[in-house]
Write a protein of this length. Structure first.
Length: 278
């Protein structure tokens, strides 16, 4: 069985123990990252570690020293070549449950090798469905917080109602998906919500924007209204597990007559090529 990393030790999952007084358990007080590994190489590691540092700073925690070394050691210990690194950092545990954290608390650091479903090209070409819901999550969605109850409820709403993803609307503006960033195409131009506290700065979002710019596709970061979204020509979701997931139906409304659009497939192919050459 593959080992995990917990607070400096490489041990089996079954041996791993965390205190019930851990603030991650009691308060959801912590942050996380999910990093793809291709052929034993962590994908865009610097970008993931930069976002981790930003998330830690935003919750008043210090950087975790030498975390890159621990990640690489764990990758080498893992029996697979392609998987995901799940990194989970909580503020640590304290003797008594208290909203107020002490200044000298030691963080809990967990790193695991995980498998997540990556869709085949065939499945991508068929397209996926999504539903619109009110974005009722908190106003600091730019932090990759382990407090994911809002996202969990919204993703389960999708899965229980036969959709792939829930697309979130706040004040008539698209923010993101419950576990993804969102892009749309109108009249040959690509749009995605601009960054701010209402959405996660996705590493894949960043990669796709870079690839589109390099390939002379018009990409605009701007507000997207609910009407703009449902009347768009193409929509896709992006995340580290699946870089481009085309959406061909939003609730009852077909997008591009229910067929995956050309730009979605072009961007999917650009991302696939980039990953293959990584
Ligand atoms: N937005 C949310 C809410 C997410 O949970 C995720 C990924 O888990 C993303 C966006 C995409 O981020 P990334 O491309 O860094 O995986």
């Amino acid at each position: 069985m593959d080992e995990i990393y917990l607070n400096g030790d490489f041990i089996s999952k079954s041996e791993a123990q965390i205190s019930i007084m851990d603030r991650g358990f009691l308060f959801g007080d912590g942050v996380y990252e999910l990093i793809p590994v291709y052929n034993k190489k962590p994908f865009l590691l610097d970008k993931h570690l930069k976002r981790l540092k930003d998330s830690l700073t935003l919750i008043g925690m210090d950087e975790i020293k030498e975390i890159d070394k621990s990640i690489k050691t764990l990758i080498n210990k893992c029996s697979h070549s392609n998987f995901f690194i799940y990194l989970h950092i909580t503020r640590g545990s304290q003797a008594q449950r208290n909203h107020i954290y002490p200044s000298n608390i030691t963080p809990t650091v967990l790193i695991m090798c995980e498998d997540y479903p990556c869709f085949s090209e065939e499945k991508i070409k068929q397209g996926f469905t999504a539903s619109l819901q009110d974005d009722f999550r908190w106003m600091k969605s730019n932090i990759k917080s382990i407090s994911l109850l809002g996202n969990v409820l919204l993703k389960n709403y999708a899965s229980q109602n036969g959709f792939y993803e829930t697309l979130l609307i706040r004040n008539n503006k698209l923010t993101e998906g419950s576990a993804s960033n969102v892009f749309m195409v109108k009249d040959g131009k690509v749009y995605t919500p601009k960054l701010g506290s209402e959405l996660l700065p996705g590493v894949t979002r960043d990669l796709l924007i870079m690839l589109m710019k390099e390939n002379n596709l018009d990409i605009i970061e701007s507000d997207i209204s609910q009407t703009n979204l449902v009347e768009s020509d193409e929509i896709w979701c992006s995340s580290s597990t699946n870089a481009v997931v085309p959406i061909i139906k939003v609730d009852d409304k077909l997008i591009n007559e229910g067929v995956v659009g050309k730009i979605s497939m072009d961007v999917f192919n650009l991302a696939t090529k980039f990953i293959d050459n990584f």
